[in-house]
Design a binder for this molecule. Structure first.
Ligand SMILES: *Cc1c(COP(=O)(O)O)cnc(C)c1O
Length: 388
């Protein structure tokens, strides 16, 4: 049995640390989800969600993981046989493609090297060539959690518009929402897919779809089989502050509290905090002489940093040592980065001293694991935090 003295450091890029306030908000008796008290909670969380997704459109909340919200987006907006363009940003893009293909979508998968975000130019070029408008959707991951690269979603929107193409734009911001700017309406997104356990600081268990008018219209005429995930039934019930089936009542209490916390700090301040922590982490990385998986500074993620170890070293062995010695969980390398990279989550409920503890744990772990590096990464990060 693991023994903890003091808090465990959960520095994986999701699930993230849940604030005590949010845990306390959940520790409430479960109420009648068809009673008047629930209706008040229902309206409050639906409105609060719109303020975070930055939309006046419906935000649909599922009792699901993020993967469920992916499936909801596909089965509502698209039909079997539909052609879609997806970009290979990393492991999560691969997983979304797998799910899309199981739903019989015809996926044009734009290859990537897992070190960059999605290329707006390549997407634009695909759409420009599609004169018959056979492509029904462009599907991209905003913050690729396996690599720490952010895709420029407004640039992708412009590429679709410049091509004069009617394809829907569907974006997975499961690990981006609450950690970096995201604008469902202003960026012209048709379906936003999100989850509870990353930037939103909640435990796992809620999935989200924010949906444009155009996406709602597309879903009315699409042939996919769906029932549990059906947007229209949920939107209709939500108008009355309820759900067609039992919602995750206690997670909704948590959601309300977490969004209140985001607004108390101010969304812009929350995003600035994430940017600072990303910059401090990268300063440590470059002092250590280790390589960032993401190679384009314009695409560096404020939510996490994926770190490559020199060839021949096992990143999972390093993570094991850090867990055993310092009770800190770092993210494993995913897919083809398994064993080659580890990930530092610096998103969600997090502050300067938690970051310092995290980076000190990494630096001590590098020494213990025999990873060649230059010491002083923690110092370099402190200089960023104090503005020297
Ligand atoms: C975590 C994550 C997912 C998967 O979410 P689950 O809640 O594990 O189903 C999908 N996409 C991205 C970008 C993620 O970070």
């Amino acid at each position: 049995m693991a023994v903890h003295s003091g808090p465990h450091f959960l520095q994986i890029p999701g699930p993230t640390n849940v604030p005590d306030r949010v845990l306390r908000a959940m520790a409430m008796p479960t109420i009648d989800h068809r009673g008047p008290e629930f209706t008040e909670l229902g309206f409050a969380v639906l409105k609060a969600c719109q303020s975070v997704f930055r939309t006046t459109q419906p935000v649909i909340i599922y009792p699901s993981s993020g993967t469920g919200a992916w499936e909801a987006a596909i089965t509502n907006a698209l039909s079997p046989g539909d052609r879609v363009v997806m970009a290979e940003t990393g492991q999560f893009a691969l997983q979304w493609r797998k799910l899309a293909e199981r739903h019989k979508l015809d996926v044009d998968f734009l290859e990537g090297d897992w070190r960059h975000g999605a290329s707006a130019a390549n997407i634009g070029e695909r759409l420009a060539r599609d004169r018959q408008h056979r492509i029904k959707a462009v599907m991209v991951v905003h913050n690729e959690t396996s690599t720490g690269c952010v895709s420029d979603i407004p640039a992708i929107r412009r590429a679709i518009d410049d091509a004069g193409h009617p394809a829907l734009l569907m974006v997975d911001t499961i690990s981006g929402l609450g950690a970096m700017p995201y604008e469902h309406d202003a960026w012209g997104i048709d379906v936003t897919v999100a989850g509870s356990q990353k930037g939103l600081m909640l435990p796992p268990g809620l999935g989200f779809n924010a949906v444009s008018e155009k996406a709602l219209a597309a879903s009315k005429i699409n042939a996919s089989t769906r029932s549990y995930w059906d947007w229209h039934e949920i939107v209709a019930a939500n108008k009355l502050g309820s759900w067609p089936y039992t919602p995750a009542t206690n997670l909704l209490y948590a959601l309300k509290e977490a969004i209140a916390m985001l607004h108390e700090e101010g969304l812009d301040n929350v995003f600035a905090r994430h940017r600072r922590h990303g910059a401090a982490t990268r300063a440590a990385l470059s002092r250590w002489g280790l390589e960032n998986v993401c190679v384009d500074p314009a695409e560096y993620s404020p939510a996490l940093t994926a770190v490559l170890l020199p060839q021949g070293l096992d990143a999972d062995r390093f993570r094991e040592i850090v867990l055993q010695r310092f009770d800190m969980s770092l993210g494993t390398g995913l897919g083809k980065l398994k064993g080659r990279a580890f990930r530092i989550g610096h998103l969600g409920h997090f502050n300067d001293l938690m970051l310092m503890g995290t980076l000190a744990g990494v630096e001590m772990g590098l020494g213990l694991a025999g990873v060649p590096h230059q010491r002083g990464g923690v110092d370099a990060a402190m200089n960023v935090l104090t503005g020297d």
